[in-house]
Ligand binder design. Structure first.
Ligand code: NAI
Length: 395
């Protein structure tokens, strides 16, 4: 079938198998071009199909020839209906890995559930014995708690008062003011339940109980801080509370891993266009300006460049450099004073008229469509594409 993008708000409900494949192959090429990474050899990635998660799986599989198991929640294709992009991404990754004789299998289901944890445990026992790295890159709007059965919904709200600032509708380019009402009731607790560290801790505990973690095992979860501009809605908002909890959980997990000399880290990553970040108000405008400034200063990175730097220049060094709060920082270029000063100055000037020139709105849009396999260089969208792609390592 001929597949075209069909957007609904900040998501695209179709995705293109060839474009997704191209994105994955480009990331594989990038990792290979950087040479071998002396990293982990048996890797589990939770949230493995898009964004930072698939970049982590690619960096492990093709940088370190690691055996990888991916866990994700994606929609399979049906005749005449495309799968979600993470499905096609995973199919491309596993096909490429198998071609090179690299082990790659995956599980599609709710990572928060006991069932998916058990299925993963059984697969590790059967195929890998133990793992030496767990990447936790899950981003979800909801979580059904495995013990209470309560369905928690996360929110993106300021705390304590409403917040008004500029944002952009990146489809139309319109820059306008929005007001976001503050959190109420259980918003904070619910957001922490979904995006905080409890599920990460549960994964590590479940694996440790079964003796599936090697000595010197490492685990990393991803966090974000960002600038003053987005603080009210991000770091000091409901999602920020969840990130604080995630960051604290790293210490709890490290304590629990003492016997095997294991370590849990949080890596603070850069703001990037992903399916999750396009859903956050104000962030798309910030990213449009940030991309422009970072590209002009030759320090722009995508997910794969970020994860390469995380692996090669942080995580697998004899001593991992950490900030004063014990976190790995690969948002260092985004947070550089000169970059932030320029973004803050551009922010004041940003209007519907000026944004196409002072910001990288086109770059934002292209990356957004790229997430779903559209607008990718070298893909002929006039050709029939087979939507019924299978994931070769799917369990
Ligand atoms: P993403 O939306 O691209 O990826 C989310 C992944 O989680 C996908 O693989 C999806 O299938 C999986 N997933 C969602 N719900 C699931 C469930 N119930 N069970 C199993 N898998 C599920 O997100 P992105 O942006 O890569 O985020 C990953 C992490 O990185 C998050 O913790 C996010 O806060 C963090 N981060 C993101 C930044 C950004 O600008 N995008 C910046 C810094 C950190």
């Amino acid at each position: 079938m001929i597949i075209e993008p069909r957007t609904r708000g900040f998501i695209c409900i179709t995705s293109h198998p060839k474009g997704c494949e191209k994105n994955v192959l480009d990331q594989i090429d990038y990792i290979k071009s950087k040479g071998k990474i002396e990293g982990a050899k048996k890797v589990l990635v939770i949230g493995a199909s898009t964004g930072f998660g698939i970049a982590s799986r690619i960096a492990s599989a093709f940088g370190s020839e690691a055996s990888t198991i991916g866990v994700y929640f994606e929609k399979p294709p049906a005749e005449g209906k495309t799968a979600s992009s993470g499905w096609y991404n995973t199919a491309a990754l596993e096909t490429a890995a198998h071609k090179e004789g690299i082990y790659a299998k995956s599980i599609n289901g709710d990572a928060f559930s006991n069932e998916v944890k058990q299925q993963t445990i059984d697969l590790i026992k059967e195929d890998l014995g133990q793992i030496d790295l767990l990447i936790y890159s899950l981003a979800s709007p909801v979580r059904t708690h495995p013990t209470t059965g309560v369905r928690h919904k996360s929110t993106l709200k300021p705390i304590g008062g409403s917040y008004t600032n500029k944002t952009v509708d990146f489809h139309t380019g319109e820059v306008k003011e929005i007001t976001i009402e503050p959190s109420t009731g259980d918003d904070i607790e619910n957001t922490v339940a979904v995006m905080g560290g409890e599920d990460w801790d549960m994964w590590v505990n479940a694996l440790m109980k079964e003796n599936l973690l090697s000595s010197d095992f490492k685990t990393v979860a991803y966090s974000y801080i960002g600038p003053k501009l987005t603080e009210a809605v991000y770091r000091k908002g409901t999602i920020g509370q969840a990130k604080e909890h995630l960051e604290k959980t790293a210490f709890t997990i490290t304590d629990a891993l003492k016997a095997i000399n294991g370590k849990a880290y949080v890596s603070v990553n850069k703001a990037l266009v992903t399916q999750s970040s396009s859903a956050i108000p104000v962030i798309p405008l910030y990213i449009s300006l940030l991309y422009k400034v970072m590209k002009e200063n030759d320090v722009h990175e995508g997910c794969i460049e970020q994860i390469h730097r995380l692996y090669a220049e942080r995580l697998f060094l004899n001593e991992t450099p950490l900030d004063s709060k014990g976190r790995i920082r690969i948002d260092d270029w985004e947070m550089r004073d000169d970059i932030q000063e320029k973004v803050a100055a551009l922010w004041k000037e940003a209007t519907t008229e000026s944004l196409p020139t002072i910001g990288d709105l086109e770059g934002y849009k292209t990356e957004f469509f790229n997430l779903f396999g559209f607008h990718c260089d070298g893909v002929d969208y006039d050709l029939d594409a087979n939507e019924m792609v299978e994931i070769p390592g799917l369990q």
